[in-house]
Write a protein that binds this ligand. Structure first.
Ligand code: SF4
Ligand SMILES: [Zn+2]
Length: 340
């Protein structure tokens, strides 16, 4: 199967059937996690709303993204979104950082209509100091952002899945709908409006070796830093119904090593300029997530989290384990087609 037809087949298979009203009145998930506002460690309230989800996931979708499974198969009505919000607010205890995800773009009217967007942001105004949401770059405009800025007494942070500044990696391996220059321009637009811009950088898209993947992220940090306030290195974890999972089941993909995350942060720290550089690996230490040998995973993950929260990368140099040598061998031998 070609890369192109594989992507479209996977996208078709994961499209959910339209959901009933009762399903649409419940959000997907909610939890509280550690974060930082500047040098202050804070708690962050995370909410995943159930919406139509990302339009691009229906057309082709990105090779690592399985978020379509958390969507409705149709647009949520304003009443359904209001019900999801009110259920979530029952669990909100004035955490200073709020992150609201939609498995797509918060700014796409098909996912969250303009009035619901204002209501959601406004519900946390005066209670949270920062409110983060994600969007594709084409929806980040003055028309969509200014009403939200007016509705929130605090900082708005707009997160974009840039993934890589290399057009080939982004288009052919990640399968994004837009090129890197559109993401960088959106970062500039967001900041020109007085909002914070954050970019996710994907560590180890399919079809890259481990060392190519680290180099790609490090270069992307340097090229994206002038356009964003924060850069998050997101190592791939295997999500259901994705191209990456298809390759993984056929022995053609291994999730990145945690040593690669460490290396990306160490080298990226030298190129990040004034932007924050963080990584909070999802499914870290699990077979389907970024992992090392098993014995050192918890220790390395804790060090990655501490470096991200405190912006202190020097302690990463003190990490070690026998498996670090195996990782180094992988970097050296994989390009030659030899297993370490
Ligand atoms: S990664 Fe983002 S743009 Fe790509 S399919 Fe998933 S939600 Fe859509
Ligand atoms: Zn180890």
């Amino acid at each position: 199967m070609t890369r192109e037809s594989l992507a479209r087949t996977v996208a078709r298979d994961r499209r959910p059937a339209p959901a009933a009203e009762e399903v649409a009145r419940r959000y997907v998930n909610q939890w509280v996690e550690d974060e930082a506002l500047g040098s202050e460690r804070v708690r962050a309230f995370v909410l995943i709303l159930k919406t139509r989800g990302c339009y691009w996931a229906d057309l082709k979708g990105c090779s690592m993204c399985g978020y379509a499974k958390d969507t409705l198969g149709r647009s949520a009505t304003p009443e359904e979104l209001a019900e999801q919000l009110s259920r979530a607010l029952e669990r909100y205890h004035d955490e200073p950082y709020v992150k609201v995800y939609t498995s797509g773009s918060f700014l796409d009217d098909r996912e969250v209509d303009a009035e619901s967007r204002r209501n959601i942001v406004g519900a946390f105004s005066g209670r949270a100091r920062r409110f983060l949401f994600e969007t594709l770059p084409e929806f980040a405009s003055e028309a969509t952002l200014s009403p939200l800025k007016a509705a929130f007494a605090g900082e708005l942070e707009v997160a974009l899945g840039l993934e890589s500044t290399d057009p080939t990696v982004l288009g052919r391996y990640v399968h994004k709908s837009a090129g890197p220059e559109e993401y960088l321009a959106a970062g500039d637009r967001i900041r020109a409006l007085g909002l914070r811009a954050k970019a996710y950088l994907l560590l180890k898209p399919p079809y890259l070796t481990e060392s190519e993947a680290v180099d790609d992220v490090v270069r992307s940090v340097g090229e994206a830093a002038p356009h964003f306030d924060a850069l998050s290195v997101n190592p791939v974890h295997i999500q259901n119904g994705t191209v990456v999972e298809w390759l993984y089941h056929r022995g053609r993909y291994r999730p990145p090593w945690l040593w690669s995350v460490v290396e990306a942060l160490q080298r990226g720290a030298e190129r990040r300029g004034s932007s924050r550089l963080v990584s909070f690996p999802t499914a870290g230490g699990l077979a389907r997530g970024p992992h090392n040998c098993g014995a050192c995973d918890a220790r390395v993950l804790a060090a990655i989290e501490a470096a991200s929260l405190d912006q202190e990368f020097a302690p990463l140099a003190e990490l070690d384990c026998d498996c670090r040598q195996e990782w180094r061998e992988t970097l050296r031998l994989e390009p030659l087609g030899v297993e370490a």
